[in-house]
Design a protein around this ligand. Structure first.
Ligand SMILES: [Zn+2]
Ligand SMILES: [Zn+2]
Length: 378
């Protein structure tokens, strides 16, 4: 029996898969139930041994206390956004306007009557082990018991477009209940947002599958549900890449994106239409955190004008550069990767306030390949 087939079944059931054997996409319909039956003969603890004292162990227990599917996290890496999203949903917390990981963790800790302070997060938006310990404590104090949640959804190899359309019609008509609104990702159709697990659950019902209870479909990049949606042309988009005119939210989102590569598609480029004007201040625009994070990643700590290394590091360790629009937004420039560069603070000021702004812009167009000079100049 192929190890990667076993990994697939383990993964579907919400377990860690076997080291070095990535789950395969297509496991034969005859093989799947055999593996599943074999796995059921083992205790969960034999499949997924968890070190009680680690972040990983804490997350595992929190999932059990919330009655949600276990989340897998690599040793030493941070808890994924989807973990906090599932916990928030299981507690019945409604989405906040501010949907960063840090904001969501704070929301959860406070809703459990625990203290949220400086020790709960580190600079740059990482949620600490102390915050997780307070979540666990709050859950236990509220009388919750650990339960093992098993994924009972059998995903088909594809969901037809029209079934997803029917599911979306149903949400338009009756709302997503009993499924919750989403904190991190949405399926966006005609500028309206739909929670991905509800879209998949209702589409499965349209296909004649049994009714899927809330919390049984794992959402997030790389999950089966997201792949099925993407294959049908309904790829969920990260709320992080929705333009905002709130500087603090923008900064938090950029931090989140820099720390959580899973939240941003590598091919992300931003919008090809002019950004919306801010409703708050006449002179500013709604900015996309995805563009900033992508540009900073592409620049890799080197100023794209003078080619010198960034002058210092941010508190989270990332090199400090500023993202600049070569054609200014106020002059019709687009907020996308074809019009944005990462600059050191000196070069950034030169590009705005020196006597040579145009020659500098021309130099950037020559120097940075991804830039696209607007055809109709000013
Ligand atoms: Zn520079
Ligand atoms: Zn600028």
């Amino acid at each position: 029996m192929r190890m990667c087939n076993i990994s697939t079944v383990l993964n579907d059931a919400g377990n860690k898969y076997i080291n070095g054997y990535k789950p395969r996409q297509n496991v034969g319909a005859n093989v799947y139930p055999m593996i599943e039956a074999a796995i059921k003969r083992f205790e969960p603890s034999q499949i997924s041994p968890v070190d009680k004292s680690t972040k990983e162990g804490l997350m595992h227990r929190i999932c059990k206390l919330c009655g949600i599917l276990p989340h897998d996290v690599r040793k030493g890496s941070t808890a994924p956004m989807s973990f906090f999203e599932d916990v928030a949903n299981s507690l019945g917390l409604s989405p906040l306007g501010e949907e960063t990981k840090h904001g969501l963790a704070k929301h959860i800790v406070k809703s459990l009557d625990q203290k949220w302070d400086k020790s709960c997060y580190s600079d740059g938006g990482t949620v600490t082990q102390i915050a997780l310990e307070r979540i666990e404590k709050g859950l236990r104090l509220s009388g919750r018991q650990e339960t093992n949640k098993k994924q009972s959804v059998h995903f088909p190899t594809e969901i037809p477009f029209d079934k997803i359309q029917l599911s979306i019609d149903r949400i338009d008509r009756d709302g997503p209940a009993p499924h919750k609104a989403s904190h991190t990702y949405d399926v966006v159709v005609n500028d309206r947002s739909y929670p991905p697990p509800a879209v998949v659950a209702f589409a499965l019902e349209e296909m004649g599958h049994q009714i899927v209870s809330p919390g049984t479909i794992r959402a997030g990049k790389g999950t089966r549900a997201f792949k099925l949606l993407a294959d049908a042309g309904f790829e969920p988009v990260s709320k992080h890449t929705v333009p905002t005119d709130d500087d603090e939210i923008l900064e938090n989102r950029v931090n989140d994106l820099l720390l959580n590569s899973d939240l941003l598609d590598e091919a992300f480029t931003g919008s090809d239409t002019p950004p919306d004007k801010s409703e708050k201040t006449a002179s500013s625009y709604k900015r996309n955190a995805g563009v900033i994070a992508t540009i900073l990643r592409l620049a890799g700590g080197t100023c794209e004008l003078c080619l010198a290394a960034a002058p210092f590091r941010r508190p989270d360790g990332h090199l400090y550069l500023e993202v600049h629009h070569v054609q200014f937004l106020a002059e019709g420039g687009l907020d996308n990767t074809k019009n944005a560069v990462a600059l050191c603070p000196n070069c950034h000021c030169r590009c705005h306030y020196s006597e040579e702004t145009q020659p500098l812009a021309d130099r950037l167009y020559r120097q940075v390949n991804r830039l696209k000079k607007p055809s109709s100049g000013f």
